[in-house]
Design a protein around this ligand. Structure first.
Ligand SMILES: Nc1ncnc2c1ncn2[C@@H]1O[C@H](COP(=O)(O)OP(=O)(O)O)[C@@H](O)[C@H]1O
Ligand SMILES: [Mg+2]
Length: 505
């Protein structure tokens, strides 16, 4: 892939300029922080996204890949992060979907089962082709996805963060199977941020950062440290925003949170607290417990062990609404799904919370004028680009939807704001506005949990930081000035664990 560039509408540069090459029979890691452009680059190779610029050469021949059909013709297959199986059909049905074997013009189910068993053998696994997808573990579903790609005759297989959803045992099994494919001269690209995995099974690694390729290296000639530095390193300057606030008393106390989903420990005995006037950063490579932590804190998930105490009151088992009432507000990571009603107007999304307050009601009616004024002020304060407050939310760009949801939550935060990737994907002007607003909350004796994969944002805003790795807090730094980004990177990637954290890798 040569000089590839991809800009998402309107102006998100996902790939700035990337040149990437793959050698037959290798296992090639594509590494980089969240948002570096890894998935996009591979979607271009697989024909799911169209590059704005650049060329793809296959055995030195310039080719066009406009769709997955074109990619498949070159025997390139991809297994996505989100599986695309039909849950109510059997394994065999899924594997031959679209390429069904026929007998006298009819679907030959027996043959489909045979094909599935054969693929199982290739993969060193016993498989029951007649099991329904809905009965399978995540690990098995992933195997089915890989077999689907193999059944379509792929020789180049792209795996997008395959181990993110696997237990350590399942990961080991997957690696064993990938090695079998390699022996068979298959070529594999594995997107991952897990450095140990790169060292374990990959021949070469390409590192991406902010839409660019940092370089491609032989795995046995580069150390884990060097990979980590190239992935997370940036020129960091101490923020102008940072004030010298002294945090006050503890507002939110998290005690020994543990959570298991689908047999995998997502949170493992997590304890920390947030004080008044404190912005506590939570960093970690995506998928190390951040999502589950915010879901537990906002009440979406209730079946956890441990306790959450807000101003001396336990929130354990409380509903989303009760938790809100108690004073915790929440900027969700996926604002398109969780935050805004896409079919409603901006006005409706803005007033969801306010309309429940006495001040915005006239007896049993809503005080329309006051709610309209409130909406106007949000739109102005946060620079939401729209024609009118009655525009449909879905007519706005993603960044503007995000501004509305973030604005509403920041305004509503009474004790603690949980901000999950609050500025991901928005323009620089809006990032600065949001940062200022977060800072102003801090001066009002509130606490903020800032979950962000943007280390620059963490350094700009947070006084203290915890690092999540594999569902555990592996480091807590009370004054962020005491840790440099390289050391944070080592915690994030599971190379180091701070002493006395009680966590082991
Ligand atoms: N469909 C999309 N629309 C707009 N922006 C996108 C889309 N997909 C990805 N992006 C943005 O492009 C950048 C690169 O994303 P991605 O390729 O998914 O990164 P990675 O896989 O390395 O985490 C990110 O800033 C992301 O927010
Ligand atoms: Mg990705």
């Amino acid at each position: 892939m040569k000089d590839i560039r991809k800009v998402y509408y309107p102006d998100i540069v996902a790939i700035n300029n990337a040149t990437f090459s793959l050698a037959e029979g290798e296992i090639h890691a594509l590494a980089g922080e969240n948002g570096a452009g890894k998935t996009t680059l591979m979607k271009i190779l697989f024909g799911l996204e169209k590059a704005d610029k650049g060329e793809i050469y296959f055995n030195s021949e310039l080719i066009n890949i406009h769709s997955p059909v074109d990619a498949m013709k070159r025997r390139i297959g991809m297994v996505h992060q989100h599986f695309m199986l039909l849950e109510n059909l059997t394994i065999a049905d899924n594997i031959v979907l679209g390429i069904e074997p026929k007998r006298k013009g009819l679907y030959d189910y027996k043959k489909a089962c045979e094909i599935t068993r054969e693929l199982g053998t290739k993969f060193d696994m016993v498989i029951d082709p007649e099991k329904r997808i809905s009965q399978l573990t995540v690990g098995l579903k992933q195997k089915v996805e890989i077999m689907k790609v193999l059944a379509r005759d792929a020789r180049i297989i792209i795996l997008d963060e395959p181990t993110a959803v696997l237990t350590p045992q399942e990961t080991k099994e997957l690696f064993h199977q990938l090695m079998l494919l390699k022996k068979d001269n298959y070529t594999i690209i594995i997107i991952t941020h897990k450095l140990r995995e790169i060292k374990e099974i990959c021949d070469r690694v390409t590192i991406m950062k902010a839409g660019n390729i940092v370089g491609t290296y032989d795995v046995d000639k580069i150390s884990i440290d060097e990979i980590s530095k190239k992935m997370v390193g940036y020129d960091f300057e101490v923020s102008k925003l940072k004030s010298n606030v002294k945090p006050g008393k503890i507002i939110l106390d998290i005690k020994g949170l543990s959570l298991t989903i689908g047999g995998k420990k997502r949170l493992d005995n997590i304890s920390f607290s947030i004080r008044e006037k404190e912005i506590l950063g939570v960093v970690g490579v995506e998928g190390n417990g951040q999502k589950e932590l915010s879901q537990v804190l906002n009440g979406e998930i209730k079946n956890y062990d441990g306790d959450i105490v807000l101003d001396d009151f336990s929130l354990k088992g409380e509903s989303i609404l009760e938790i809100r009432k108690a004073g915790i507000s929440y900027i969700p990571e996926d604002r398109m799904v969780d935050g805004a009603n896409l079919n409603g107007s901006i006005y409706e999304s803005a007033i969801v919370l306010k309309s429940k307050e006495k001040e915005y009601q006239n007896g049993i009616f809503l005080n329309g004028r006051k709610l309209e004024e409130f909406t106007d002020s949000l739109i102005n304060d946060y620079g939401v680009k729209c024609n009118s407050k009655y525009d449909d939310v879905k007519s706005l760009s993603g960044g503007n939807i995000q501004k509305i949801v973030s604005a509403r939550e920041i305004v509503d935060a009474r004790r603690v704001l949980i901000a999950n990737q609050p500025t991901r994907g928005i323009d620089i002007g809006a990032v600065m506005t949001l940062h200022e607003k977060l800072k102003s909350l801090q001066s009002q004796d509130k606490g903020i949990l800032l979950i962000s994969s943007d280390l620059k944002e963490i350094y700009d805003l947070a006084e203290s930081v915890i690092v999540l790795y594999d569902g555990k807090v592996v480091a807590r730094i009370n004054n962020i000035k005491d840790v440099n980004e390289e050391q944070l990177g080592r915690y994030m990637l599971g190379i180091d664990v701070q002493e006395n954290m009680g966590a082991s890798l």
